[in-house]
Design a protein around this ligand. Sequence first.
Ligand code: E4P
Length: 215
Amino acid sequence: MQLYLDTANLDEIREAATWGVLSGVTTNPTLIAREKGADFKATITEIAELVDGPISAETISLDAAGMVQEGIEYAAWHPNVIIKVPSTTEGLKAVTQLARRGIRCNVTLCFNAVQALMAARAGAFIISPFVGRVDDTGVDGMQLIREISQIYRQDPEIKTKILSASIRHPRHIVESALAGADIATCPFKVLQQAMRHPLTDRGIEQFLADWRSRT
Ligand code: E4P
């Protein structure tokens, strides 16, 4: 399973890129808005220079014509830019039209397996089920990844990648991989947390103490 960073913060992306684990980056309007005053195009193109992999830029139109127009514009910014459209019927129309032009789409805000099946049929490059937001409703978000994985794997025509989104803690990353996700997109804080373990810290301290006490 690949790891993407879920942020529009360039400092976080610069730092995580040095760890050698990133295969792409996802953004959304909320994450872009969090970077006060940053220009959208400049942010996306800079991210694309920092990470060599798919960079998701989200459309804000509600109708397919608008999504297609935005998608064509964003895709021209960098070859790695992929277009995020919502899991709606207008989103499906946009995926169909953008795919015909060779532009890859990430169908976002997916909350049930039928949305995922229809996105795949329309030609989505990525489907993004939001596991954390499903968990918030009291339902097991990871079950959605399992269902989509099973549906996709039994249909050799489907090439759409499953991206586990709305990741809230390191355990979500492990469960996503076990449930069949191709990608997990993670907030920077979660990737940092994932690499911290008290036994690692204690082990380092012990090794250093033993090293100093030799002779
Ligand atoms: C995915 O592409 C989304 O940007 C993201 O994972 C949403 O997560 P949230 O539920 O924490 O906002």
